[in-house]
Structure formats: structure tokens, C-alpha cells
Design a protein around this ligand. Structure first.
Ligand SMILES: [Fe+2]
Length: 307
């Protein structure tokens, strides 16, 4: 029996990789966005105690308009350049794909009635959302990856259609993993509020310029974070359409809804690793460990007697 052993909300601003200065990335930074980078450090420290075989990630930057696509080529080796921030992200990547698991996910999604396709083009350029989230989660790149595209129902139909399909895809993902022999980490690669600045500082890592775009966006981010920390993930899915629209959120990709459904609507608290802004967008790094005891079970434990 396979299982999901860890899930995370793993945002992908390329600025975070830029600020880490890994050898794969060409531009060099002095520092920057530490609250988020230290958050990813805490995530990695937790993950270091968990055995797993593969990472499955859903990325908003692999956009497909006809159905959900799954990476189906065993190995990729190329250069990823962020189209908006080529000054920050020119990343030489090399990654292995768990094609067998990818095919199982694809078949399971088709059973749910979703339109699906395996991506078999060896010259395909893996999107930077997948690369950034996977790099920050596992910088050694020693685990195979399955990337799932974001089929853009929010844009093509509306956010409610997207939600419905992502709930089905999450259910399909969970079933396929349980029917496999894999221990899997699942990542939703996306920011929360996503209204951003339209000009950049001369020094991109000048943190005197970094803050949330506006208070309205911040309030929405805190609402979602609070609910997830209380284990109210089903409520998050319920308000996702409203959040997506009001916070101009990258949740329009469906990744967080997919993740929550794949984790079977956790009622235990998400682990909060860090929150911070990148060019004004709100980003939370949060994790779920399915073995975590439920909050109710914890509450029933007797209090220690006072001396
Ligand atoms: Fe993005």
C-alpha cells in the first residue's frame, strides 16, 4: 500500500531560488526574502525525518487548456529561464520523473471522468513553478518528480468548474498513490494573494521595498492561514472561489484545492513554516503530516498535575 507521507503548500517565486544562490542558477544575490527561505528550511528539516520515494507537484505555470497533463519522460536536462524575471532565474535543471507513478495518476484521473494526457515530448521545457517548488523542498534533487499541469478551467469556464475538477483530481491522486507501492510527497506550488508590484527595485533583494500589496490581500491571506492552522481545510475549499477572486490568488490554478482533496481534507493542524511577501504577493510555506494526531485527540489528553 502506497501513501501520502507529507503534503505542503510550496510557493514558487523564483526570487527565493535567486536569493539562495544555488550552483544551478546563474544570477547572484546578496540575500533577500529570508522569512520564506527560513520557512523552507524548517520544511526541509521536517521532511528529513520522513522516508519517501517521489514528489508529486501541481504547478500553475504548466498551463494546459485541454485537460490535465502528466510528465511522461524519464529524464529532463535543460535551462529554465523565468519569462518575467530572466534577471533572477536562469536555472540549469536536471530531474528524473517517476513515469510509472505518473501513468497511474493519469489513469486514475481518467477514471474520475477528467480529460487527461501523458506528456511524452522529450524536448518539453519543465515549467519554473515545478522547478522552484521542487528545488526548495529537495535541493539535492535525489528523488524523482511527477509534475501535473494546471488545466485552466478558471479562465476558460469559471472558478467553480476548476474547484470541482480539482476535488476529483485530488481524489484520483490519493487513490492512485494508495494503489501504488510509493511513499509520496505532494506539493501545491502556488502563492496565496497574488496582486503584485509592476516595477522592480534596482536591487531586487532590497527588502526595504518588500511588503504586501495592500491590507485587503493580507487579511485574506491571514484568513486562509488561520483556517489551515486550525485544521479547517474543508472550510478553505468552500471559500476558495471567493478567496481566489478577491485575493486575485494563484489558487486559480487549483493546486491548493487539489492538495487538500488529495490529503482527504485534513482536520489536523497544518504546520506553519513561514509567511512572507514577494513583490507584494502573499506566500505561505505550510505542511501536513498525515500521521499528526488530530487536534481533538490531543485535547482529550489529561493535563499534567501541578506540583
Ligand atoms: Fe507563479
Amino acid at each position: 500500500m502506497g501513501q501520502i507521507v507529507f503534503g505542503a503548500l510550496a510557493p514558487h517565486p523564483p526570487h527565493l531560488v535567486y536569493a539562495e544562490n544555488p550552483p544551478q542558477n546563474e544570477p547572484e544575490a546578496e540575500c533577500g526574502w529570508e522569512t520564506l527561505r527560513w520557512g523552507y528550511e524548517r520544511l526541509r528539516a521536517d521532511l528529513a525525518d520522513i522516508e519517501y520515494d517521489s514528489i508529486v507537484v501541481l504547478s500553475p505555470h504548466w498551463q494546459t487548456y485541454v485537460g490535465t497533463h502528466f510528465l511522461g519522460v524519464p529524464h529532463f536536462d535543460s535551462l529554465s529561464v523565468d519569462p518575467v524575471f530572466p534577471n533572477l532565474f536562469r536555472f540549469r535543471y536536471e530531474l528524473d520523473v517517476d513515469v510509472a507513478l505518473s501513468e497511474q495518476l493519469c489513469a486514475s484521473a481518467a477514471e474520475e471522468g477528467l480529460v487527461t494526457k501523458m506528456m511524452r515530448n522529450p524536448d518539453f521545457r519543465v515549467d519554473y513553478g515545478t522547478i522552484v517548488s521542487c528545488h526548495l523542498t529537495n535541493p539535492s534533487w535525489n528523488k524523482p518528480v511527477v509534475s501535473i499541469s494546471s488545466q485552466r478551467s478558471t479562465a476558460f469556464y469559471n472558478v467553480d468548474v476548476m474547484q470541482e475538477q480539482m476535488v476529483a483530481l485530488g481524489r484520483a491522486t490519493r487513490r492512485a498513490i494508495e494503489n501504488s507501492d510509493r511513499r509520496v510527497v505532494v506539493l501545491a506550488s502556488e502563492s496565496l494573494s497574488h496582486r503584485h508590484f509592476v516595477t522592480e527595485a534596482d536591487v531586487p533583494e532590497d527588502m526595504s521595498r518588500e511588503h504586501i500589496t495592500n491590507h485587503h490581500q493580507y487579511l485574506w491571506d491571514m484568513k486562509l492561514v488561520d483556517l489551515l492552522r486550525q485544521g479547517k481545510s474543508r472550510r478553505v475549499v468552500e471559500i476558495m472561489p471567493e478567496f481566489t477572486e478577491h485575493a486575485v490568488s494563484e489558487t486559480d490554478s487549483g493546486a491548493l484545492t487539489w492538495l487538500i482533496a488529495a490529503l482527504d481534507y485534513p482536520e489536523y493542524a497544518a504546520r506553519m513554516y513561514g509567511y512572507g511577501t514577494v513583490i507584494g504577493t502573499g506566500n505561505a510555506v505550510m505542511g501536513w503530516v498525515p500521521e499528526d494526531p488530530a487536534p481533538k485527540a490531543r485535547a482529550r489528553q489529561p493535563k499534567a498535575a501541578r506540583p
